[in-house]
Every structure is written in structure tokens, then in C-alpha cells.
Design a protein around this ligand. Structure first.
Ligand code: PLP
Length: 397
């Protein structure tokens, strides 16, 4: 049999998908599993979004669409961006199959073999895999729970070398739920202006911010970075539409054009029905996603009440997205049902086996001391899952 290309050795199945599959299998076997594992917002798109999709099916002209994205979606996105104080022209926008596609193609457009891509750890698990797959070297800059999982300007400065090509920044953060303050963003920007590197800004959770903290962005503190910044947006999280696969990039004309070229030679265009739905999601009132955000803020409080009641567990209070990322290392070396716990992966295995609760080990996000709780669940399931979580830690000896 002919061989697969060597680059496929660098491509591995995501740990999140692995645990989600394991949980699904146990559920099918009849176990009462509660899943804290998957990053899917548990709400469906607004009615006007579904209507726009139906309308598009009805009036479909049966043709290919522009590789940049439809005129309507590009305009709706520009208008959403401008309401947030970011000004872009249509030639600076590109639509992809999800935010992941925009990041992947952006990296494909800039990385040469051996180029370094810096990102803060804990990180979204696809970052290092995408970089390696494309021949780059991932450089994770570690931020522990004690520093609220946020890197400092000094750490960023120390990580930049003459091989650095991209700084990849996700705020609010998956998996920690942490949000950078304006001063923290400014301090990172002060470093970035001194170095000629690309900035990929993963803003996918920008509407999911709690406690009225506000969304602070490098392009607000340092507008001069605009030409070398790729801003990434998506309808997956803010609008409850992960399966519709629409993501957007805002960048320089040349970067947008590079991604359009890659679209042209791979997927041609994003599905027109999905683009029409995304247009409606961006164009209409944002009350729908405000409501979803308020709901997550209440859930964050419930999660934190439970986590702070566990002696020894450390969890910086999440301020956005729908994740909490407790450091569970106090439990390493303790025993559960006669088994000595050596790491967070053991804890996740035991939680699934003994408590029917699925969480993702922090190793998948570059922090082996922690585990991720996704709290995008109905309130009753969330409460029940947290009771199981607490029960596990009380039974340790
Ligand atoms: N970036 C982060 C931080 C994410 O959490 C995700 C999805 O979980 C993505 C990007 C990809 O999102 P999309 O569904 O738009 O491809």
C-alpha cells in the first residue's frame, strides 16, 4: 500500500474529541453520563437566523459563490466590527469554514519550515497541532493558575526570537475563561510594536465577557499593529452555531487575498445557506447573544461556588467564555478507591469511571496540573455534574 505523507505523523486526534467519544460510548451503553467536556454553547440560533437560512434555500441560484464570502455577509461583518470600533474595507475581509479554517489558512499563508509561533499556555489545543502540521515550531509561554493563567509582557518579550513569525492571542481564553484587562493588553502591545511579527488575534469569545469587564483589543491600544494583524471571528460560540461552519478574518488586503487564494484552491466558497444565516446573526439585534452571555455568567457563579468549596483546589475566577480550569494538583499522590492519582488525566479517568462525569485533562491545553470544565449545560445537569465533581474530591484519602 502506498504511504501517507510524513506530515500526517504530526496530525493527531484531539484529546477533547477522544474524551467526548468515550463519554458518548458509555452513554450508549446506558450509563448516566454528564459531559463537561465539549466546547459547544448549549443554545440554538435565534429565529431570524433560521428564517434567513430557509429564505436562502428557497431563492438559491445554484451557482458557486465568491471566495471572499458573499457581499451581504462581508458587509454585515464590517458593520458589526465598526460598532465595536474596528474599521475595515470589504477588500480586507475573508470568510472561511469556521474560525479554525481562517487560522489554519492564515498560518499556511505565512509559515516557512522552522518558523516559531508563540502563544500563551493554557491554549486552545488545536494551536500547537496546526503549527506543527504546517512545519512551524509551537512556542507555548506558560502562565500558571497563580498568575491567573495570563502571560506578562516580560514573558512575551523573552519568548520572541529571530525565528518568531506569529504571536497567536486568544482573549477571552479557552480553556481558562480568563480575560485580559486593558492594561495587560497594552503591555503586550508595547512589546509587539517593537518586533516585526504577525499577530493572529482569536476573538471568538468576544461577546462572552462577564462582570462588565469589556473587550480590550491590541488594535485599540496599538492601532499601528493593524497591517500585520489577522483578526478572527466566528459564529460558533457567540451565536450558538458551531455546526454551520462560518468564520471570518479581517486583515490587510494582502493577507485577505492570500486566504481567498487558499479558499479558491481548496473549498471554493463557504456554503451559501450558512453565509445567509451568519449575515442574519451579525445584522440583527445582539440581544440574543447578550442573553446567552448573562446565562453563562450565572453558570460561572454556580461553578465557582462549587469549586471554592473544595479544599486545596485553586481556580482563577473565569471572566468569560464558558469554561473553568481548576488546578487539581493538590490531589496528586492521594488515593481514590485504592488507586493512587498521579496526574489530572487519572482524575478525569476516575471521574468518568466512578462518577459518570466527563472532563478534559489539562494536558490537552498545555497545563497538566489542571482540567477543563465546560459549563455550557442546562442548569439542572450542571448542578448534578458539580455534585459528582465535589463528591469525588471528598472521597480522596
Ligand atoms: N479558537 C478557539 C479558542 C476555540 O475555542 C475554537 C473552538 O472551540 C475555535 C477557535 C474554532 O472555532 P470554529 O468553530 O469557528 O472553527
Amino acid at each position: 500500500m502506498p504511504k501517507l505523507a510524513a506530515r500526517m505523523d504530526k496530525s493527531k486526534e484531539s484529546a477533547i474529541i477522544q474524551i467526548a467519544n468515550k463519554a458518548r460510548k458509555l452513554k450508549e451503553e446506558g450509563r448516566d453520563i454528564i459531559s463537561f467536556s465539549i466546547g459547544v454553547p448549549n443554545f440554538l440560533p435565534a429565529a431570524h437566523v433560521k428564517e434567513a437560512a430557509h429564505h436562502e434555500i428557497e431563492y438559491d441560484k445554484g451557482s458557486y459563490l465568491p471566495g471572499r464570502g458573499t457581499k451581504e455577509l462581508v458587509e454585515a461583518f464590517i458593520s458589526r466590527m465598526s460598532k465595536n470600533g474596528f474599521d475595515y474595507k470589504p477588500t480586507e475581509i475573508v470568510v472561511g469554514n469556521g474560525g479554525k479554517d481562517i487560522l489554519f489558512k492564515g498560518l499556511l499563508a505565512v509559515l516557512e519550515e522552522g518558523d516559531e509561533v508563540i502563544f500563551p499556555a493554557p491554549y486552545w489545543s488545536s494551536y500547537p497541532d496546526m503549527v506543527e502540521f504546517l512545519g512551524g515550531d509551537p512556542v507555548a509561554v506558560q502562565a500558571s493558575a497563580a498568575q491567573n493563567y495570563k502571560i506578562t509582557a516580560e514573558q512575551l518579550e523573552a519568548a520572541i526570537t529571530d525565528k518568531t513569525k506569529v504571536f497567536l492571542f486568544n482573549n477571552p481564553n479557552n480553556p481558562t475563561g480568563m480575560v485580559y484587562t486593558e492594561d495587560e493588553v497594552r503591555a503586550l502591545g508595547d512589546v509587539l510594536v517593537k518586533h516585526d511579527i504577525w499577530i493572529f488575534s482569536d476573538d471568538i469569545y468576544d461577546r462572552m465577557i462577564f462582570d462588565n469587564l469589556g473587550f480590550h483589543h491590541l488594535l485599540k491600544t496599538h492601532p499601528e499593529l493593524k497591517d500585520r494583524t489577522l483578526m478572527m471571528q466566528s459564529i460558533s460560540k457567540n451565536y450558538g452555531m458551531p455546526g454551520w461552519r462560518v468564520g471570518l478574518g479581517a486583515a490587510s488586503e494582502s493577507m485577505a487575498k492570500a486566504i481567498i487564494t487558499l479558499n479558491g484552491q481548496s473549498v471554493t466558497n463557504v456554503c451559501g445557506v450558512a453565509q445567509a444565516a451568519a449575515t442574519a446573526a451579525f445584522a440583527e439585534s445582539q440581544d440574543f447573544s447578550d442573553h446567552a452571555r448573562d446565562d453563562f455568567e450565572k453558570k460561572r457563579d454556580i461553578v465557582m461556588d462549587a469549586l471554592t468549596s473544595i479544599d486545596g483546589l485553586q481556580c482563577p475566577r473565569p471572566q468569560g467564555a464558558f469554561y473553568a480550569f481548576p488546578d487539581v494538583s493538590f490531589a496528586f499522590g492521594k488515593e481514590f478507591n485504592g488507586k493512587v492519582i498521579k496526574d489530572a488525566t487519572d482524575i478525569c479517568d476516575l471521574l468518568l469511571e466512578a462518577q459518570n462525569l466527563a472532563c478534559v485533562p489539562g494536558e490537552a491545553f498545555g497545563e497538566p496540573k489542571a482540567l477543563r470544565i465546560s459549563y455550557a449545560l442546562p442548569f439542572d445537569k450542571l448542578e448534578e455534574g458539580l455534585n459528582r465533581f465535589k463528591a469525588f474530591f471528598t472521597e480522596l484519602s
